[in-house]
Design a protein around this ligand. Structure first.
Ligand code: SF4
Ligand code: SF4
Length: 365
């Protein structure tokens, strides 16, 4: 069964000599389109605008405008004058003419009051009337109750972007299932982000790997996660941040030959899900939203990744090596001055300060 829900996330594009590799990106884009997929996702803030520019040069200038849809995100929601400027920059950078899916980025109960004061809803409505955008929605990291409140207050919202994957389906703090059900109840198409949980589900715990491999030695671990997401009803796109041609090929094949999970496979997935529920790993998705504003330039996701290597497999030497690479002198876990910037922005709601203290205690500096 073919599945057209695969979406191309332009946030982790291939790099060469410190720049986005346009040749490789063009090949990936062409493969994606020729495989019958159409949804591309970028953001004003990805790679400081270079992602939107890559969308222009590798996609928009090279393919008919009606052969794809493009989504981008409004990130500065706390200042009315900057909103218009940001949308206009996104349109200029992409040269798309209009944005198909425009997202208010990362709404939560922590920021909504300030955003409401800036009339974000009036802004997107007007942009739609002016033909600058076709549809508006929001990306969301908060409770199902708050999602329900937002969608009740703003029934005109046309779609929502939610963090959904099998590991987070019942997880406290994310609650993928309940958020999904709220969106369905409000009849909103859903864009799924983090279907592979920032890559973590491509490398599940050892016992999970054994279960998957015993059932189907050929299937990649990521394919289990993608099939779970593809199998959900009411989904507009399942975003995968693609970073090389091989990964794009794999994703297109999984979606192109989509087979819904059968009962036995659902049982296996439920077992692995409970392994994640018991896991002590830090649920960082490596989105890097926290790093830009860190006054000590701490590579927070890199440090958490190193800690997770030890927590997942007890691979102490590999964890230490990863930590030394991530925690450059003066920028390790011990450099944190507890300013709290990262905790205010982390979509996963991580207690970064205390987690860094744990990392410092574990790695010794
Ligand atoms: S709390 Fe620590 S890690 Fe977070 S932004 Fe401040 S200095 Fe950086
Ligand atoms: S700590 Fe939070 S904001 Fe930072 S990379 Fe991880 S998930 Fe993203």
């Amino acid at each position: 069964m073919e599945n057209k829900k695969l979406g191309f996330g332009l946030m982790r594009l291939p790099h060469k000599d410190g720049q986005i590799d346009y040749d490789e990106t063009c090949r990936m884009v062409d493969l994606f389109l020729s495989s019958g997929f159409t949804y591309f996702d970028t953001a004003y803030a990805y790679e400081e605008g270079k992602s939107e520019m890559a969308a222009r040069d590798c996609l928009i200038k090279r393919h008919p405008r009606d052969s794809f849809t493009i989504a981008t995100k409004l990130c500065k929601l706390d200042d009315q004058s900057k909103m218009r400027e940001e949308l206009s920059v996104s349109l200029k950078r992409t040269e798309a003419g209009y944005i198909d899916y425009y997202l208010l980025h990362a709404l939560s109960h922590r920021n909504i009051e300030a955003f409401d004061q800036q009339d974000i809803w009036g802004f997107v409505k007007k942009a739609k009337e002016e033909g600058l955008i076709r549809h508006y929605g929001f990306s969301f990291h908060d409770s199902p109750e708050f999602l329900d409140e937002l969608l009740t207050k703003h029934p005109d919202v046309e779609f929502v972007q939610l963090q959904i994957n099998y590991a987070d389906w019942e997880a406290n703090g994310i609650e993928s299932r309940r958020c999904y059900e709220v969106a369905r109840r409000h009849h909103k198409p859903i864009v799924i982000m983090e279907p592979v949980k920032g890559g973590a589900l491509a490398n599940p715990p050892k016992e999970g790997q054994d279960l998957f491999k015993a059932y189907d030695p050929k299937a990649s671990f990521a394919s289990w996660a993608l099939r779970f997401a593809f199998g959900l009803d009411g989904v507009l796109a399942v975003l995968s941040g693609m970073s090389d041609y091989g990964q794009t090929l794999d994703n297109c094949r999984i979606a192109g030959n989509f087979v819904p999970l059968n009962e036995k496979e659902r049982e296996i997935l439920a077992k692995v899900q409970s392994m994640y529920a018991k896991s002590k790993e830090i649920p960082c998705t490596a989105c890097s939203y926290c790093t830009k504003g860190c006054p000590m330039s701490i590579n927070i996701p890199g440090i958490f990744k190193a800690r997770n290597i030890a927590l997942r497999n007890g691979a102490l030497e590999a964890a230490k090596k990863a930590y030394e690479e991530a925690a450059k002198p003066g920028h390790g876990a011990s450099s944190c001055i507890a300013c709290g910037q990262c905790e205010g922005i982390c979509p996963q709601g991580l207690k970064v300060i205390s987690l860094l203290k744990e990392c410092k205690a574990f790695f010794g500096h």
